[in-house]
Write a protein that binds this ligand. Structure first.
Ligand code: THG
Length: 367
């Protein structure tokens, strides 16, 4: 197995020493930063995530902080989602697009104050796009990457663990809402969100120095819950239909192709840079869309490149993520499929690197 060499360019996080002490076996790189990918094995981590509780170092979900009198106007320029509904204390999943309607990122946006936002980014350098706009348009706004590092608590026992560490009150936070909390002399932001379908929280740790005490408190309080270090799990997120920018979404795609049309209010999102392009797309409708798929027969290899999907020998799309699912006893996947082949129940062929396999288009995700 080839190894990736890790140098100073690949940033460590406030939790990296703890992650290494916990026995991380594989990292991926996300926003130029370490993201733990495997502790025991992807499958063992998967079963544990779905039955217990895990602490994830998702510091790589970097915050682009946009602050100042023009902050709200700048954030609305980035996304076709109407941000008038984004009130202080809420998180919005926000597709972000360029002037062609192409996806630049799919972050979660938090409104901290009327003039202050955190854009919790996926794996692309959105900071430069936002800084370029602010400078080019002479906006009265600061665009920075603050010392904020999300730590996720995910799994069916996340509520129990969070209540022990932060108090019972924490469980009254609604889905995609956040609150400020005091912990060990620091103010952090805690949201009910996370990149899994198992439920839980994300603690936006607002100071590198506060990271290890926070990690240690969660690990100590969760001993009898079998709390473990974990990370976004490739199998679980594929079952859940959670998209990964760079894998399932690229700049070539519109939000509508990604099934993110429900997070777009293109008519009313006045000021959004890709609005005109997306209005055209919305009128004509997308000609391809992401679908959850079931891939037949034996275990698929790791999906490192897109796998062509054909119907009657003609290419109708590609698989962008795929993994064997122990719980569903089949391979689960995500694929971009052309209109003539995208109806649920359609049977296609996917050309995996080892051999072709049957592929079934599903109505929705597995979880
Ligand atoms: N949390 C935070 N930042 C992030 C992620 C996160 N930044 C990177 C990446 N993940 C951004 N991508 C996503 C993708 C999906 C979701 C969140 C961020 C997500 N989707 C839910 C779903 O599809 O079921 C719910 C969306 C909704 O209903 O609003 O959670 O995970 N901080």
């Amino acid at each position: 197995m080839v190894e990736l060499s890790i140098t100073r360019r690949v940033r460590r996080t406030p939790f990296t020493d703890r992650v290494e002490a916990a026995g991380v076996k594989a990292y991926t790189v996300y926003n130029h930063m370490l993201l733990p990918a495997v502790f025991n094995s992807v499958e063992d981590d998967y079963h544990h995530l779905k039955s217990a509780v895990q602490i994830w170092d998702v510091s790589c979900e970097r915050q682009v902080e946009i602050r100042g009198p023009d902050a709200a106007r700048l954030v609305q320029m980035l996304t076709p989602r109407d941000l008038r509904g984004l009130t202080v204390g809420r998180c919005f999943y926000t597709p972000m697009v360029d002037e062609t309607g192409g996806m630049l990122n799919d972050p979660v946006t938090l409104k901290l104050a009327e003039d202050r936002f955190w854009v919790s980014i996926a794996d692309s350098d959105l900071l430069y796009w936002a800084k370029g706009l602010a400078y080019g348009l002479n906006m009265t706004v600061d665009v920075i990457e603050p010392d904020v590092s999300p730590l996720a608590v995910q799994g069916p026992k996340a509520d129990t663990l969070a209540a022990r560490v932060f108090g019972e009150d924490i469980t009254s936070i609604g889905f995609f809402r956040f609150r400020e909390i005091e912990f060990a002399g620091h103010t952090h932001v805690v949201a009910r969100s996370g990149y899994s379908k198992q439920g839980g929280y994300e603690i936006y740790c607002t100071d590198t120095a506060a990271g290890e005490p926070l990690w240690d408190a969660l690990m100590e309080a969760g001993k009898d819950l079998d709390v473990r270090a974990g990370g976004p799990n490739y199998i679980e997120r594929t079952e859940g239909g959670l998209l990964s920018y760079g894998s399932d979404i690229t700049r070539e795609n519109t939000p509508h192709e990604c099934g993110l049309g429900k997070f777009c209010d293109t008519v009313t999102a006045i000021g959004c840079i890709g609005r005109d392009a997306l209005l055209r797309v919305a009128q004509e409708g997308p000609v391809r869309q992401i679908r959850s798929v079931e891939i037949g027969e034996d275990r698929v290899p790791v999906c490192r490149q897109e796998w062509p999907v054909t119907m009657g020998g003609k290419k109708v799309g590609q698989v962008t993520s795929a993994a064997w699912s122990p719980d569903f006893g089949t391979n689960v996947g995500l694929a971009m499929i052309r209109e003539r082949a995208w109806d649920p129940g359609t049977e296609l062929i996917v050309h995996c690197p080892d051999k072709p396999r049957p592929l079934l288009v599903r109505e929705g995700s597995f979880i």
